[in-house]
Design a protein around this ligand. Structure first.
Ligand SMILES: O=P(O)(O)OC[C@@]1(O)O[C@H](CO)[C@@H](O)[C@@H]1O
Length: 406
């Protein structure tokens, strides 16, 4: 743990860790000063304010946002109205949590339910004119329209002429650091082993490329994370894998509805494709090939409900498990997906990643910038170095990882 992340007494890790989930405490948000506490106490109220200004919401919607703000700050967790299409599902998932303080239930569950309730407040699922209106759309669109995106797409030109593996590594890094909304084409194109690599706390990328080359052309699953400046490099990497016959088929799993502000939905994929199409040079060609890949079925977009569930991937439903089982490898993007992959627990940082992910139905690679307390699979040397740095390396987004369970 870094200094900025205090633990409560009941969050101390058990001794004699075997790597089983029951050994490490689930992260709650009730420790003042902890990362999770900050998210619930500060980020969520600020998000309600942001959503209030996103669209000219009606008095009814604004009253519902006020009620949600009151509930999360001074109230206790209220169920969804019985009329909600998923009220039953959330009542089951909420057993033991409903009626308690938001801070006292698992952080992963609380965040997920908060986003579901935000959509309830603005009538996202209700019949009527506001149905399906993404409260985060203005923020996502502004990002996609921003100058840095133009520069990042133009930087794709610099990959031309590079050996295939080097270009692929640059695109992998762009996708990885895109999780921090920061592409690094130029840097990584010049020397993929420099710069950003120093901030990698674990780097299994060589093993990843070997696996991909062995299984080529593979069937891949990509579990997406954010839209815009993360999804663009994810799509560019997707195109590279398809175009260079490393993959014969890719399923891109996105969220079925707006979630965690910027998580990608089908609408966001289409917005990125349009953005690529409007670009010139290699970015335009990428957009054209991706469009084509969707029309021929080589690139398949899916949006299973489980991707917005407040549960670890260990509890994925059978149909999703079957779907993934047909794949040779899953690429899993981002911080939240990592928390769901290894479970949102305060693991000792050297707990093997491979052991915690053994249940996953395919080989899996996590591509993640570190933005929460969960971390696994570090070597003792790396851990010591990070702790000695005195930096908030677990949560600042300054560090990243590529971890593979073959
Ligand atoms: O999954 P992502 O987009 O990489 O990160 C989502 C995230 O910022 O949201 C949570 C806080 O709200 C953090 O745990 C996590 O880092």
């Amino acid at each position: 743990m870094t200094a900025e992340t205090p633990r409560s007494k009941d969050q101390q890790p058990a001794t004699g860790t075997t790597g089983r989930p029951s050994d490490a405490p689930v992260i709650l948000s009730n420790v003042p000063g902890s990362f999770a506490w900050g998210v619930l106490e500060k980020r969520h109220p600020a998000l309600i304010e942001q959503v209030r200004d996103a669209h000219p919401y009606t008095p009814r919607q604004r009253r519902a946002l006020d009620a949600l703000l009151e509930e999360i700050t001074v109230g206790t967790i209220e169920p969804l109205p019985e009329s909600a299409h998923d009220a039953g599902r959330w009542a089951t998932w909420g057993r033991g949590h409903l009626g308690r303080r938001w801070l006292d239930v698992p952080f992963l569950w609380a965040e997920s339910f908060f986003y579901r309730k935000l959509l309830q407040a603005v009538g996202y699922f209700e019949p009527g004119p506001w149905r399906g209106t993404d409260p985060f759309a203005p923020v996502k669109q502004a990002e996609l329209d921003s100058d840095p995106v133009d520069q990042e797409l133009a930087a794709l030109d610099s990959l031309n002429g590079l050996p295939q593996r080097q270009a692929a590594q640059a695109l992998l890094h762009a996708s990885l650091w895109g999780n921090r909304a920061d592409l690094s084409f130029r840097l990584t194109a010049e020397d993929p082993s420099a710069g950003a690599s120093e901030q990698l706390v674990a780097d299994d990328s060589a093993a990843l490329w070997s696996l991909l080359e062995e299984t080529a052309p593979a069937r891949l699953a990509v579990i997406a994370d954010n839209a815009g400046r993360e999804l663009l490099p994810d799509l560019i990497l997707t195109d590279h894998l398809l175009h260079h016959q490393l993959a014969r088929h890719i399923t891109l799993h996105v969220k079925p509805y707006p979630y965690y502000v910027s998580d990608a939905t089908l609408a966001d994929v289409l917005a990125c494709l349009r953005r690529l199409h409007q670009a010139t040079g290699p970015a335009h060609d990428t957009g054209r090939r991706l469009w084509q890949a969707m029309t021929t079925g080589r690139l398949d977009i899916r949006a299973h409900d489980f991707f917005c569930a407040p549960l670890p991937y260990r509890h994925m439903p059978e149909d999703l498990r079957q779907d993934l089982t047909g794949c040779d490898l899953t690429l899993l993007k981002g911080d939240l997906n990592y928390r769901r992959l290894v479970e949102d627990r305060l693991w000792p940082a050297t707990t093997p990643f491979t052991g915690l992910t053994a249940y996953f139905p395919t080989p899996v690679t996590a591509l993640r910038t570190l933005k929460s307390d969960v971390i696994t699979g570090l070597t003792p040397t790396t851990l010591t170095k990070l702790e000695d740095s005195g930096e908030p390396w677990r949560t600042s987004g300054s560090h990243a990882l590529v971890q593979l369970r073959p």
